[in-house]
Design a protein around this ligand. Structure first.
Ligand SMILES: [Zn+2]
Length: 722
């Protein structure tokens, strides 16, 4: 190491490593190593072949740009030694970039990258928060002299650009001493993309600080727009436009090696699996009879009551089984939940709690975020690589593999299409400004809103009480009105609880949950999180252990999941048929196939939540209990005593629809008999009473008929059929 501490000496480097590097390169070339005009120089791999060449890692980290040039030269040599050379090969080889993989000991956090790292190699992890379109970057500038006659034997003057912020020198022709010009056609260009990469919360020293981000110029990019990535790159300095003309620089990173990281829980599960004591604790917990109840209550212990709703939210965190279509497309395993809460229930507290539970969960309030903020924004922005369209992933994309907590949900038509797509196919499709990309958004949605009229009215359909259009509403597996019903005993409990929380807040202990003891096992926030990850990833299956512990990326299709037992299947099927039968021939369809899928998903979540290898009767029963609670609240038509899913997601309940028809008939009859051909409201009310329709209802139905342009009012208090 001591020989290289001063400056980079190419000759010395070649003397030491030329043979080894060429051997390594030839070996990789024989395996077809050039991909996307990139040759990966994997330091870890190189050192496996040549364990005594350890110094090379140090040199690469300290002089990355210079080493890259040398490696590029050696690569061309190695290539030509195998395949020979001609002009065309020469030109093709110029396009190939050497990308450094797996350097050792230069891992950094974004917040720690500083002026000390300028011109050094670093690796870091981060989340893409903005990405430009892919553009062409002049990589190798060819210069020619316009004055002198062309000379085919003379090599062109080539300048390789490795720092975009330094001016390209204009070479002088040796023969005529004139300035040479850039030969645009012969010059070599590479794809470049400008990214803004942010430090993930789980890697921050203090999660309360505003997260730091860094600009990355990604060469040879094929277009990457979202997700968590690992970057290997060289820190560059960039002049800022300082008014005082002080030599102040901004720090950015140039990279040609960026790779998407496996999902966070994969990293997390690996940590769990390396801790046998923790595994034992989690397995013990899984054996407890009412573990799902205990943990769901613990998860949302700030909220008193609403046990079933809490259970649904806990299970949402566990997620269902991974399933794939024959072409490899993953099926949705997430349950989307909507909470319609009376004021004072603490919906925002609940949502924020879930958003902070795991790093890939996030929170947004529609009152402050735009529709694009939910899905993705494509805006025109001035960036270093030119004015153009920039993609900024929204909450759904940021919550890929997690839960998007959306507060104050109301949706304008503009973004409806995106949200529907995100909730159903779990991708966000962008087609704007020449960008046509799909961003993965495999997230569960936990949304909340208040009823329009202040309080939830169980007699009215859900759709008329909130500002959410029926198509979107139908994407939710579970809709729970959280009603604030006065109940003395519960009120007392809640009052006491709120007082407790306030005391805790005052003593600053509010963010830490009091540990819970389950038969001698102490469960705290960390155990809870570990349990969720352990259950979600099915890491409790012994067959999956080896998969998770491997360094390689996992093929998700290989992961074992619980299977549905015959007895569970029967219970689900019976329930489904019973619910459909409730409707009868003339009645609205109470439960649809969408609900059937939801029941299966929730049964799977429940089985995983108790670390079971199979979905059993008790899981199906638990799922049915949750679905019933939801149906009871939103789809139960108190007038007929029947379940009616249309009441929940849009259309009128059957009973109301029948009454509406009756009122229309009454108006028609009265009109036919009256002198002026109009029906007075008074008379309508009188006749409707004969059919058991109350005055209040008549008023409501008249309004509705008028809205639907079934009737109109030519004179105040009088109606006519349209
Ligand atoms: Zn010249």
């Amino acid at each position: 190491m001591e020989t290289f501490t001063e400056e980079y000496d190419e000759q010395e480097f070649l003397d030491k490593y030329e043979d080894k590097i060429k051997l390594y390169m030839k070996h990789k070339l024989s395996e077809g190593a050039i991909k996307n005009n990139t040759f990966e120089f994997d330091i870890k791999e190189f050192l496996r072949y040549f364990p005594d060449a350890g110094d090379i890692n140090y040199i690469v980290i300290n002089y990355p740009l210079k080493v890259e040039n040398t490696l590029s030269y050696l690569f061309k040599e190695a290539y030509k030694e195998i395949y020979g050379h001609d002009i065309d090969t020469e030109k093709e080889l110029e396009k190939v970039q050497i990308s450094i993989k797996n350097p050792i000991g230069c891992e950094k956090k974004i917040e720690d990258i500083s002026a000390f790292d300028i011109n050094k190699l670093v690796t870091f992890e981060g989340e893409i928060i903005s990405a430009t379109k892919v553009r062409a970057l002049l990589k190798k500038a060819y210069f020619v002299c316009k004055k002198c006659p062309p000379d085919p034997d003379k090599k062109p003057v080539v300048y390789t650009i490795s720092n975009y912020f330094e001016e390209i020198p204009r070479p002088i022709c040796k023969r005529c001493k004139e300035e040479m010009v850039l030969d645009k056609d012969s010059s070599i260009y590479v794809n470049i993309q400008e990214l803004e990469i942010q430090q993930p919360i789980d890697l921050m020293k203090n999660p309360e600080d505003p997260p730091k981000s860094i600009k990355v110029f990604l060469e040879n990019s094929r277009g990457i727009y979202s997700g968590r990535v690992k970057v290997v790159g060289t820190v560059l300095r960039k002049n800022t436009r300082s008014k005082a003309r002080l030599p102040i620089f901004e720090i950015c990173v140039r990279s040609n090696s960026i790779s998407p990281i496996e999902s966070y829980q994969r990293i997390e599960v690996r940590d769990i699996l390396k801790d046998p004591e923790l595994i034992e604790t989690l397995n013990e917990l899984g054996k407890k009879k009412n573990i799902v109840d205990l943990l769901s209550n613990y998860l949302l212990s700030q909220i008193k009551g609403y046990e079933i709703v809490k259970k649904a939210i806990f299970l949402q965190q566990i997620k269902g089984c991974m399933k794939f279509l024959p072409d490899g497309t993953p099926l949705r395993r997430d349950s989307h939940i909507l909470l319609i809460t009376d004021p004072g229930i603490g919906k925002s507290t609940m949502l924020r709690r879930i958003a902070r539970l795991l790093p890939q969960n996030s929170y947004a309030s529609v009152t402050t975020a735009t529709g694009g903020g939910l899905t993705a924004t494509v805006i025109r922005e001035s960036t270093d690589i030119g004015d153009g369209w920039v993609v900024k992933p929204g909450v759904f994309v940021k919550s890929n593999e997690g839960t998007a907590c959306i507060d104050e949900l109301t949706v304008d038509k503009e973004v409806m299409k995106y949200i529907l797509e995100a909730m159903e196919s779990q991708t966000i499709h962008i087609n704007k400004g020449g960008l046509n990309v799909k961003l993965p958004a495999r997230c569960a949605v936990l949304a909340a809103c208040n009823p329009k009229r202040g309080r939830f009215d169980p007699h009215l359909g859900v759709v008329e009480q909130i500002d959410i259009p029926p198509p979107l509403l139908s994407r939710f597996d579970l809709i729970f009105p959280l009603r604030d019903i006065p109940d003395r005993r519960r009120d007392e409990e809640i009052a006491e609880h709120i007082l407790d929380v306030h005391v805790e807040t005052a003593t600053k202990k509010y963010s830490i949950l009091k540990p819970l003891e389950i038969d001698g096992i102490v469960v705290d926030e960390n155990i809870l999180k570990s349990y969720i990850i352990y259950a979600r990833t099915c890491a409790y299956f012994e067959e999956n252990l080896a998969l998770f512990l491997e360094e390689e990326e996992i093929d998700e299709r290989e992961i074992k999941n619980p299977y549905l037992t015959q007895s569970a299947k029967k219970i689900i099927k019976d329930f489904y048929l019973e619910m459909r039968k409730l409707g009868g021939e003339d009645s609205p369809i109470p439960v649809t196939a969408r609900q059937l899928e939801a029941i299966i998903r929730i049964s799977e979540m429940h089985a995983k939540a108790r670390l079971s290898r199979k979905v059993e009767e008790k899981d199906a029963k638990a799922a049915i209990e949750i679905i019933k609670e939801c149906l009871n609240q939103v789809a139960y038509d108190p007038e007929t005593g029947k379940y009616d899913i249309d009441k929940a997601i849009g259309q009128l309940p059957k009973s109301k629809y029948d009454k509406m028809k009756k009122i229309r008939e009454i108006i028609e009859e009265i009109c036919a008999l009256s002198k002026d051909g109009l029906a007075s409201e008074e008379e309508i009310i009188e006749r409707a009473a004969e059919f058991g329709i109350s005055e209040r209802e008549v008023e409501e139905l008249l309004k509705r008929l008028e809205n639907d342009v079934e009737i109109y009012s030519p004179r105040f208090g009088y109606y006519k059929v349209a």
